[in-house]
Design a protein around this ligand. Structure first.
Ligand code: M3P
Ligand code: FE
Length: 314
């Protein structure tokens, strides 16, 4: 019942050809569909639904919406009621609003991000199938990402004016959508301001995260890799393809993830994220990172501030 997992991200790109090349050759995704408007739909080899990424032609970068898959179609009415009771306006978009996708419940987060929930997306199968499957397909390319893992949204935070959309978004996700908080960054006197929050609805350390900033936007979308060695190889692929790397392979304190940050040709930040970190259980205690240790949370080894990492986003 309710939300199961992240389903897709719809992303604005300025040069479609370069973007498709990037997501195919660097991440290893495959194009599964192109619609009449020129939007391109892609999936990773280990995903079974038709797409996890939609690229839309635009004159700027950034995220159009993030979508989560719910278990049953009737969950959409149940979640609609909860959201409306929480004071969030919603709309039910008819089947086919996105191709190969059932009806969608649409709403806007307090941070302004557009969210969609859906129960049905066309099943096309993974690249290794479901009968006596090989552990990986023969035609693996680039980083060979398994699946879309999570998105991190920058959310307007201005404690002096009483604005904290990290907090407000977190309440929507925990009180209406069944997510639980795994980790948080608390800042200010007495750690009163929750400046960032990592949330799960499955058993990975996060399916979505909210980080406070001067304006709302997309910080990154992340793709799952198996191991630290795969992270190293992904960085090799990026060097070969002359991808702009933002942060070379390292480890997060938060979530314990092994990571690389890099940019697609439009400047949207991507992450390749390896290691389950830990199995997230809904009854786990919340891990807190304090203001003096927040950079150890972000980059565990150096613990040093990298201002461009938090200041630059789409
Ligand atoms: C992650 C992660 C920021 C922290 C990012 C952490 C933007 O991306 O996957 O745990 O401060
Ligand atoms: Fe991340």
């Amino acid at each position: 019942m309710g939300v199961m997992r992240i389903g897709h991200v719809s992303l604005k790109v300025m040069d479609m050809e370069a973007a498709v090349r990037h997501y195919e050759q660097v991440l290893g995704m495959k194009t599964t569909m192109v619609d009449k408007a020129g939007n391109v739909y892609l999936k990773c080899w280990d995903e079974w639904d038709r797409y996890s990424l939609v690229l839309t032609p635009s004159d700027s970068a950034g995220m159009n919406h993030v979508a989560f898959k719910v278990r049953d179609d009737s969950d959409l009415e149940m979640l609609q009621q909860r959201l409306e009771k929480h004071g969030i306006s919603t709309a039910l978009l008819p089947e086919g609003t996105l191709p190969s996708t059932g009806r969608m419940l649409q709403f806007q987060l307090p941070s302004g991000h557009d969210v969609r929930l859906y129960a049905m997306k066309e099943y096309v199968g993974t690249d290794v199938g479901i009968t006596n499957p090989d552990p990986w397909p023969d035609d693996i390319r680039g980083a060979g990402a398994h699946w879309l893992d999570h998105a991190l949204l920058m959310c307007e935070l201005n404690p002096a004016d009483g604005i904290n959309t990290v907090e407000e978004n977190t309440r929507v996700f925990t009180e209406c959508l069944g997510f639980f908080v795994t980790e948080q960054i608390c800042v200010g006197p007495g750690g009163e301001v929750r400046a960032a929050c990592w949330l799960s609805v499955s058993n990975t350390p996060h399916d979505i995260a909210f980080v406070g900033g001067p304006k709302s936007g997309l910080h990154h979308l992340a793709f799952f890799l198996d191991s630290w060695h795969d992270v190293l190889k992904a960085a090799d692929v990026m060097a070969k393809k002359q991808v702009k790397i933002d942060v070379a392979p390292t480890r997060h304190g938060i979530t314990r993830g092994e990571t690389i940050y890099f940019f697609d040709p439009s400047g949207n930040r991507n992450e390749t994220f390896a290691g389950l970190g830990y199995l997230a259980q809904p009854d786990r205690p919340v891990t807190t990172w304090t203001e003096d240790k927040l950079w150890n949370g972000i980059f565990y080894h150096t613990g040093e501030a990298v201002p461009s990492f938090t200041d630059v986003y789409t």
